[in-house]
Design a protein around this ligand. Sequence first.
Ligand code: NAP
Length: 316
Amino acid sequence: MQKERVIVIGSGPAGLTAALYTARAQLDPLVIVGQQLGGQVSITHDVENYPGFVDGVGGPELVDLMQKQAERFGARYEYDEVVAVDFTKGSPFYVKTHGNEYTADAVIVTAGASPKKLGVPGEESMTGLGVSYCGTCDGFFFRGKEIVVVGGGDSAIEEALFLTRFASKVEVIHRRDELRAGVHLQERAFANEKISFIWNTEVREIRGEGAVSEVLLRNRETGEEYVHPTQGCFIFIGHYPNSNFLTDQLAMDEQGYLLTDELMRTNVPGIFAAGELQDPVYRQVATSVGQGCAAGMQAEKWLSEQPEPEAVAAAD
Ligand code: NAP
């Protein structure tokens, strides 16, 4: 059993910032990276609204900078995934990954969120064969092709705009007749000649032999169902929190978002949470960074108020 002072679960902007702050507080944090270093921002092409970068910054570049900055102060990274935790007995807390078992005096949970699925026939079997949840990852494969984007929020419109760099035609399929996306993005999309909209419509099925070739659509006003040819189906209909491994461990709302107070404390003293795992509202790099900073500072404060752990004191 490997003993740690602080374990940070997840390595998105919240996790990397929590690592930076706990590293600077001499707590030698171990970051358990998860599926992808950097989380969702690492597959975001351009981040235009993170302060300090006048011309925007590439998602992978921002992750690289954040990772190296925390590392400079002593943060360590384990490229593994947490599969189980036991927070029920108090500190030190038990954390199990695929390859190791740990105890940590404090834990900062920043496991982020994942894209929601439509849940229609063909979606799962066609993923990677024309169904995608990431324009940055897959846009290149759709050069000169005609594709559809499902959703009407910021993600869908931002990704639709990005995908016009590759696709010859991008049709946005939205279930209502009004976008949820911000006005600035809407204006850019309406002005883009490659983008058109299919309103009040839902995708019922995604079809193709070895690659997506058509979607079955249903007009929600008339009830009419019809086949619409397309070579790619990009789905951006929101996210769900990656909190499955925390069921019965931490208090969460009915959607699975962790409940935290204004000090980023969960219901278990010594466990803090930050980023999209506990934030269904803002979901910005800037807010995740702020929450990660607060969680790191609060973890440090909480640890300083606890009796020195025997094992750590002995090792010192
Ligand atoms: P979102 O705002 O929740 O939008 C999800 C979109 O998908 C909505 O238009 C929704 O339709 C639609 N939708 C949901 N479930 C659906 C289903 N089963 N079938 C068909 N359509 C469905 O999610 P998001 O776009 O990922 O954005 C999440 C948060 O991140 C927001 O706060 C957003 O502002 C933020 N964000 C910001 C930026 C930026 O600032 N540049 C970029 C990306 C995301 P309805 O509209 O009918 O509900």
